[in-house]
Design a protein around this ligand. Structure first.
Ligand code: NDP
Length: 296
């Protein structure tokens, strides 16, 4: 069997198109422009690339982008004060504080200062609780992107066995909650799981969010399963730096029914879902109908 390749790049473009169309209607019908504020502390090169890319795509879909770049030695009180100003700013509908923060700053405290209604990353403790109890939440972007790809590829997920490898707060746990919300039977695996290959082989849906290059092999995959590879790992191959996922793509694609590639799978969905979340937050703030198909 050779798997269908799930094209996250194309799907992300479609999501951005839907967001842009909805933003244009908001402007024309209500005079409202959704706004996203991104806060970057310090000069971490990867974070700078992400923030640039987020700002560019925000403007491309017709939203307002507000970038706040602060020096690495910013005091916690100053960062908290900025977040509080953004909470009170009516032109800002979404706030994202780029992680990781420098080590002298308390990430939990800063994230939990964000107004939950503007928490487009879905990391605020209130949104975590809302998602966990099946209520309307702001949902973390990467798992939301995975869910959209799965729904698009499989239709209903009801009754399917899903295995999520990884239990982080930003990917694994919210991913499991979303799959449960769509009535999958969910197993969360992690570094202490016994016989991980056998656990994975029971999955109709296998999500790998581990951070270990090509760990999941083809013989861990149930024939016909849908494999979502969240991993982004930089490895040296033949003297060049290459991006690979947490799944050994070649062997898994020979067994799976469908698989996301790295790059071009889950990665592009993350920013697309950030834009979708900003639009959703703006609609909720203004008591308007939410965009269809862009929320959990
Ligand atoms: P974390 O390091 O926070 O979590 C990794 C998880 O994997 C942990 O729960 C850990 O288990 C588990 N794990 C580690 N080693 C093993 C192992 N040998 N067997 C089974 N489980 C293991 O990572 P993140 O969740 O933040 O990220 C995961 C991957 O997704 C990374 O490659 C990251 O780059 C990528 N990523 C991609 C995004 C995108 O936009 N596409 C966005 C965010 C992340 P334990 O808890 O027991 O330690």
């Amino acid at each position: 069997m050779t798997a269908t390749i799930i094209d996250g790049k194309a799907f992300a473009e479609k999501v951005r198109g839907q967001v842009a169309a909805h933003v244009a209607r908001l402007k024309a019908d209500h005079g409202i422009t959704p706004g996203l504020a991104v806060v970057l502390v310090g000069e971490d090169p990867a974070s700078q690339v992400y923030v640039r890319s987020k700002g560019k795509q925000t403007v491309e879909v017709g939203m307002a982008s507000f970038e706040h770049k602060l020096p690495a030695d910013t005091a916690e009180a100053d960062l908290v004060a900025l977040v509080q100003r953004l909470n009170a700013d009516p032109e800002v509908h979404g706030i994202l504080v780029q992680l990781p923060l420098p080590s002298h700053l308390n990430s939990d405290l800063v994230i939990n200062t964000i107004d939950p209604a503007k928490d487009v990353d879905g990391f605020h403790i209130s949104n975590v609780g809302l998602l966990g109890t099946g209520q309307k939440a702001m949902v973390p972007c990467t798992p939301l992107g995975c869910l959209m790809l799965l729904r698009d590829h499989l239709g209903s997920l009801s009754g399917l066995n899903a295995v999520v490898v990884g239990r982080s707060n930003i990917v694994g746990k919210p991913m499991a909650q979303l799959l449960l919300g769509d009535s999958c039977t969910v197993t969360i695996a992690h570094s202490r799981t016994k016989d991980l290959p056998a656990v994975c082989r029971a999955a109709d849906i296998l999500v790998a969010a581990v951070g270990r290059p090509e760990m999941v092999k083809g013989d861990w995959v149930k024939p016909g399963a849908t494999v979502i590879d969240v991993g982004i790992n930089r490895v040296e191959r033949d003297g060049k730096t290459k991006l690979v996922g947490d799944v050994d793509f070649a062997s898994a694609a020979a067994v799976a029914g469908a698989i996301t590639p790295v790059p071009g799978g889950v990665g592009p969905m993350t920013i697309a879902c950030l834009l979708a979340n900003t639009l959703t937050a703006c609609c909720r703030a203004n008591g308007l109908a939410e965009p269809e198909g862009l929320t959990a």
